[in-house]
Design a protein around this ligand. Sequence first.
Ligand SMILES: Cc1ncc(COP(=O)(O)O)c(C=O)c1O
Length: 344
Amino acid sequence: MFRVDLRSDTVTKPSKEMRRVMAEAEVGDDVFAEDPTVRALEERVADLLGKEAGIFVPSGTMANQLALAVNAETGCEIFCSEKAHIFNYEAAATSVIARAQLWPMAGDRGVFSPEEVEARIRPKDHHFPPSRIIEIENTTNGGGGFIWPLDTIAGHRKLADEHGMFIHMDGARLWNAAAESGVEEHVWASYADTVSVCFSKGLGAPIGSMVAGTKEFINEAHRWRKRLGGGMRQAGIVAAGALYAIENNRQLLRDDHARAKRLADELNKYDVIEVDMDGVQTNILWLSFQDESALEMMDKLAERGVGTIAFDKHRMRLVTHLDVDDAGIDEALQIFHEIISART
Ligand SMILES: Cc1ncc(COP(=O)(O)O)c(C=O)c1O
């Protein structure tokens, strides 16, 4: 559809080799816990995250919702960023499935402080929803691929322990945080009770996510997965793509980050565009259009074969990934240049 597709890192297509591995995967009925490839993936990822166990699910949304559904209690409260995926893009699943209300926090680039949460913890009184879970999205999608400072996460852990709360980490792009920071996935995950990760974003697998935690948590998550219709049968075919992605594509994420920085550097030179340069740490960048032309720009870029998403007339998001190489970035930059020059 687009020659250079910068709409999202979810648009990647499985490579030939990944498809071969998927076609040859050993499979069984995973609802009977008999799929050896799914087992291998769950063990490998739980190990990478330093957790006792994991459960393979079709999507990042289901991974988040299993974690919240298991650890929420009906009518409780969950703290998150106002930019969080669970708040904006999961069709209010947290209120429907986890039966909880979200308290979204302003924060900065999708990151909020323990002090902001502490000020909102409810007294233990029947008028109030119990404060139950802190949700941390790392990296932050709405915050421009920003990596949470480790000490901020540690502060949340301390607060959660003091108040008997859980921490869920939406690590759809935890791989990017680890690749860029050099802080391994299990270190980030050690501050959270439950962690979700996605294989179908920067890692380039076609389908699949996982949530990890204690064995007790995973037993309950199995019930919720079944309840939501997420139990899959010969799922080893897709799990094989995820395993391939973990072993082969994690190390490539830093190239995506370098490409996002190059886009940011070049686009920030135009007067009409503003980029939060310090915020561009991984594979996502948000552009602000001073002249309210983001939607128009998206259409013009699309006509020329470059995919982007303008969320409103000011803000446009670009995401680099496995299927956009250096030549693709050059081409996108050239087309941006031609469209902007033609207007001025
Ligand atoms: C941070 C984050 N969490 C969760 C999800 C949900 O993933 P899925 O689209 O697989 O449900 C996304 C999707 O883009 C995301 O960016």
